[in-house]
Write a protein that binds this ligand. Structure first.
Ligand SMILES: CC(C)(COP(=O)(O)OP(=O)(O)OC[C@H]1O[C@@H](n2cnc3c(N)ncnc32)[C@H](O)[C@@H]1OP(=O)(O)O)[C@@H](O)C(=O)NCCC(=O)NCCS
Length: 188
């Protein structure tokens, strides 16, 4: 028996479009996630807006991640307004999958690229974006409350026409390291 060593485990998350009925669950998620805390009012408005799309990740019966994409009339550039994952569920590929779903939705709305801003010191998010093929193309000076700069990233989405994400479960296989409490190796 292996003890205290990485084990392979199946983690199942479902990705779907957020709906007005998700308001309470999204507010609860917001209070758990490390985000700027969107107000209930803003979330309600975004859930109902034709110029916004919310993708939610669900696991263990709760919302564990969300991405919000904004669209503008007469623009083929979509904007990733927000992305966050429940701290209990980070490091399992949820943000990566949320981004991929957000891109599918943007493509399905004929957008040619997806842009976002990220705090220059948010190395974790920057790694997620760079890994997903986003390129830095500019910055906004002193954009955030702490006067930190915003780095602007963009990804060209190509011309591939895709349909909005299906509700089929997306299985993510991850090496689970340190998620379970460490067990002492009695063979030592
Ligand atoms: C940033 C955030 C969304 C990442 O979510 P996540 O689900 O943990 O990210 P993923 O597991 O999908 O990681 C995707 C990639 O980034 C890497 N990554 C993610 N977090 C990392 C970290 N803390 N350190 C190093 N690499 C990291 C992963 O290794 C993975 O790369 P891989 O595919 O090569 O293995 C999450 O930490 C979060 O909600 N942060 C607070 C809100 C926030 O900052 N949002 C962004 C605002 S612009």
């Amino acid at each position: 028996m292996h003890m205290g060593r990485p084990v392979k485990s199946l983690f199942e998350a479902h990705f779907r479009r957020g709906e007005p009925a998700d308001l309470n669950a999204l507010c609860a998620f917001e209070s758990r996630a490390w985000t700027d805390r969107m107000s209930r009012r803003s979330l309600r408005r975004l859930l109902a807006s034709p110029s916004a799309a919310i993708v939610v990740a669900e696991a263990d019966g709760a919302i564990t991640g969300a991405a919000i994409v904004l669209f503008r009339a007469n623009s083929r550039v979509a904007r990733l307004y927000s992305i966050a994952v429940d701290p209990e569920y980070t490091g399992r590929g949820i943000a990566k999958a949320l981004l991929a779903q957000a891109e599918k939705i943007a493509r399905s709305r004929q957008c040619r690229s997806l842009r976002l801003e990220v705090h220059e010191k948010n190395h974790c998010a920057i790694r997620v974006y760079s890994g997903a093929g986003y390129q830095e193309f500019g910055r906004y000076a002193h954009y955030y409350e702490d006067r930190g700069h915003a780095l602007r990233f963009e990804k060209e989405l190509g011309f591939e026409k895709e349909r909005a994400p299906s509700s089929a479960p997306l299985r993510l296989e991850q090496a689970v390291v340190g998620l379970a409490p460490p067990v002492a190796d009695s063979s030592r």
